[in-house]
Design a protein around this ligand. Sequence first.
Ligand code: RTP
Ligand code: MG
Length: 140
Amino acid sequence: MTTQRSLVLVKPDGVSRRLTGEILRRIEAKGYRIAALQQRSADDELLAQHYAEHVGKPFYAPLVAFMGSGELVAVIVEGHRVIEGVRALIGSTDPTAAAPGSIRGDLASDTGEKVQRNLVHASDSPESAEREIALWFPTA
Ligand code: RTP
Ligand code: MG
């Protein structure tokens, strides 16, 4: 078995709606291990690095404002094929399109705003996972 790591963020909507436990419960119940966890806020500089691929897109400014609007929970999750597995657990970006049974499909609401408030972020490739873990957990 090759163990992978993924960077998961419970976004500010997840923390303020008291869904941190429910989201992490689903990830743990699937068999993944929480290797590190921190509740914190994020400044514009960290968010600009985290979302570098989205700079210039129409939702970028509202996305950074939303992600900086309150505390979030940053987590390193470990397991076999965890990157693909957690992406499947969280579901599609758009809360309306996300499949029932997924975290976003079951728990995220479409607010009709410029940015999707979709509760959770998860790394989308091994390269982005290692880049994001280095940003959020510099010593891990
Ligand atoms: P994430 O990076 O947060 O795990 O989500 P994702 O891969 O499913 O989505 P991505 O395309 O990377 O977009 C990052 C986040 O930006 C917000 N977004 N809003 N048109 C919109 O309203 C829109 N598009 C993207 C979402 O919060 C999305 O998760
Ligand atoms: Mg993404």
